[in-house]
Design a protein around this ligand. Structure first.
Ligand code: ATP
Ligand code: MN
Length: 497
């Protein structure tokens, strides 16, 4: 078996190159065979076309590379068989070594021959279907009869089918494995595995805001659309904002049923609240949930940064979530008190309200966290380990609001009716019911300005107004320590009734 790769091994010094040593695979039992195309810049720029067969990779060097156009016939010089491991190779072959240069994994997938391959190799007609990322459909390799037998010359031809087109293969200039360009592989640039860093780098490359750009396969259309009236903030800026805050925001957003506020015409009256899924994407998951009438309703949640990017593409400005995660939907873990002041109330009184509420929670030995709403009030957020059902959770929150009302009846009301709110703050506890939502930390707001619902420390209560953090300041603040760093480390539980 190994002698099939004698030629391959003889040409290479494995102390010097990181290409794999040739060892033919022994057992061939699988029905699916791999193909790979490597872009190889060596003494000549060419593409290596390889088909897995009988434990090795049959190989052709294609100087111009494959063509999607069925009128093209591309010279393909049959070269020595390569080991199957070679299909994963991308990198640098040292200068002076055989094939010295740079190799990029340009395409890979499976191939299905029609008819006998061994016969086809002998007769000089090999027909097959490729199922790759960039090469698809029917192809043929046809041997050319030459007088001198020095080179084993074939032609690689795209056969007519729905996959033929006029695209140029130079449109695809990055590795299908690592996303790197030839220049990056040559510089041995680090392979970016962290999706946040990777997406950040893709966004950094955006120079012209006017053309549709693709971030991890999600096309951002209309990137230069202004999303906030009387500002310069474009759709692409919102994508960038959410990518930058994603690391801090995702712990509160992901795996929670989400409602979004989308503003296709930018912030203003035309925004709408959406709680049912619309459109599928990487990072967005649909979930059927029983509603109050015991009927299934379709909701969705975001499970990665890709879902955030998709939503930004859909013109989403605000993200609102349930107080439970999908893993434990009926046992909530985030309690929110929203202080809604009467119109025109002095900020001092609102801040006093936050302090009073905190003092009640502290008396109950409950740790809590503070964020701006991005609007008129503050949100006091209490983390719990899931332990009680919605009913118990809701009643507990109501009791807290009732205590506030009883202790300071001239300052607070637990009743949502505006008539009860005159000169008072409504301590909104009703967001703690099943199916209710609250704006997520780090979410932008679509109402006034470009404000953010921002986690702040208790010390900052006196200096940061409810609408005091905008998109710019929010990004600046990411450099500072996270005021909610311990949020999920807090180990507090409610007792079931
Ligand atoms: P402010 O400080 O200005 O009161 P806020 O975030 O506390 O800001 P709103 O923006 O008025 O208050 O919040 C509306 C609340 O109602 C949010 O908790 C939101 O999740 C919820 N909500 C439920 N359904 C809708 C809807 N159809 N449209 C808007 N909000 C909705
Ligand atoms: Mn509010």
């Amino acid at each position: 078996m190994t002698d099939k790769l004698n030629n391959y091994n003889k040409k290479r010094n494995f102390n010097k190159t990181t290409e794999p040593k040739g060892k033919a695979t022994k057992k061939i039992t699988k029905p699916i065979f791999k193909f790979v195309v490597q872009h190889h810049i060596a003494s000549r720029d060419h593409f290596d076309f390889r088909l897995e067969w009988n434990g090795v990779l049959l190989s052709w060097a294609v100087p111009k590379g494959p063509s999607y156009n069925s009128d093209d016939k591309r010279l393909a010089i049959r070269v020595e068989d390569h080991p199957t491991d070679y299909a994963g190779f991308e990198g640098i072959i040292p200068q002076g070594q055989y094939g010295g240069g740079t190799v990029m994994l340009w395409d890979e997938g499976s191939w299905v021959p029609y008819g006998s391959v061994n016969q086809g190799l002998k007769n000089g007609t090999l027909k097959f279907v490729l199922n790759g990322k960039r090469l698809m459909g029917k192809w043929a390799l046809i041997k050319i009869k030459t007088d001198n037998n020095k080179q084993d010359n074939w032609l690689l031809i795209k056969e007519k089918d729905q996959f033929q087109n006029n695209q140029n293969i130079s449109n695809f200039s990055t590795s299908i494995k690592t996303g790197r360009t030839m220049a990056q592989i040559e510089k041995n640039e680090e392979i970016v595995k962290n999706p946040f860093v990777k997406i950040g780098k893709q966004l950094d490359k955006v120079t012209d805001d006017n053309i549709t750009i693709s971030i991890e396969g999600i096309d951002i259309t209309n990137p230069s659309k202004i999303m906030f009236n009387n500002t310069n903030i474009k759709k692409i800026d919102i994508v960038k904002y959410y990518v930058k805050v994603a690391k801090r925001m995702l712990p509160y957003l992901q795996n929670r049923i989400v409602s979004v506020i989308r503003c296709p015409k930018g912030s203003g009256q035309s925004c709408f609240f959406k709680k049912h899924p619309a459109g599928t994407s990487k990072g967005i998951v649909s979930i059927k949930v029983k509603n109050g009438k015991n009927a299934d309703e379709e909701y969705f949640y975001i499970n990665s940064i890709y879902g955030v990017i998709f939503e930004a593409q859909m013109n989403t400005i605000e993200f609102h979530t349930w107080g439970s995660t999908v893993n434990s939907l009926e046992y909530p873990d985030i309690m929110v008190f929203d202080l809604d002041p009467d119109e025109g109330m002095d900020l001092k009184k609102i801040r006093q309200g936050v302090k009073d509420l905190k003092s009640i929670l502290t008396e109950l030995s409950l740790k809590s966290f503070l964020k701006t709403s991005g609007g008129k009030g503050y949100h006091i957020v209490v983390p719990f380990k899931p332990s009680v059902n919605w009913d118990t959770f809701y009643k507990f929150a109501k009791n807290i609001a009732k205590i506030m009302e009883q202790k300071w009846p001239e300052r607070y009301t637990s009743n949502i009716k505006k008539i009860n709110r005159i000169n008072k703050i409504f301590v909104d506890w009703q967001r703690n019911g099943r199916g209710a939502t609250t704006v997520v930390p780090y979410s932008l707001r679509s109402k006034v300005g470009t404000t953010v619902s921002m986690p702040i420390s208790w010390k900052e209560l006196g200096t940061i107004a409810p609408n005091g953090i905008n998109i710019e300041i929010a990004l600046e603040r990411l450099k500072k320590p996270d005021p909610w760093k311990n949020f999920y480390k807090i180990n507090q539980k409610l007792k079931p009734d």
